[in-house]
Design a protein around this ligand. Structure first.
Ligand code: NI
Length: 178
């Protein structure tokens, strides 16, 4: 595998985005290479987070960096949100699978997460603020929940043309592939 491997982003409404991701069972070099390539793809796409279904893989993997600082890269394997807590806040979210589409999404401020690192060690921690929001957004991807599902009807209406264009582009690409 080359140092510069990156993935193509899977865009809405690709069916893989609606699938349940499966648990990772092998914590090996292949997993670490996938995670590195996901980080490269996320950075290249200027995202703050990326989940494996967004690069076509039904695996419970997410990568994120909520600050853009080098030391803040975080990969979560088999993440589970144990609880969500705190005040519900409204914040504008985008998604690499929905280019150019944004919506104000409500989420609880805090979440407690259990996950494994790329060596298989288990961690548990409570997150708040933007970091918690990114985790909740990426975790949604692992269970087939998308930005469009959590958008208000006003935001859906505002983004109607852009959403229709994505569906149109997907159908055209699918037709081309036969
Ligand atoms: Ni997303």
């Amino acid at each position: 595998m080359t140092e510069s491997l990156q993935y193509d982003l899977t865009l809405y409404p690709s069916p893989v985005l609606r699938k349940q991701a499966a648990a990772v069972e092998s914590f090996d070099d292949e997993l670490r290479e996938v995670v590195e390539a996901m980080f490269r793809t996320m950075r290249e796409s200027k995202g703050v987070g990326l989940a494996a279904p967004q690069v076509g893989m039904k695996r419970r993997i997410l990568v994120m960096n909520h600050t853009g600082e080098e030391g803040d890269d975080r990969a979560m394997i088999n993440p589970e949100i144990l609880s969500r807590d705190g005040e519900t806040t409204l914040y504008e979210e985008g998604c690499l699978s929905f280019p150019g589409i944004y919506g104000e999404i409500q989420r609880p401020d805090s979440c407690r997460v259990r996950w494994q690192d790329t060596d298989g060690a288990t961690h548990e921690e409570t997150f708040t603020g933007f970091e918690s929001r990114v985790i909740q957004h990426e975790h949604d991807h692992l269970v087939g929940v998308l930005l469009v599902d959590r958008m208000s009807s006003a935001d859906k209406l505002r983004n109607k043309v852009a959403l229709e264009n994505l569906v149109h582009d997907y159908k055209q690409a699918a037709a081309k592939q036969g």
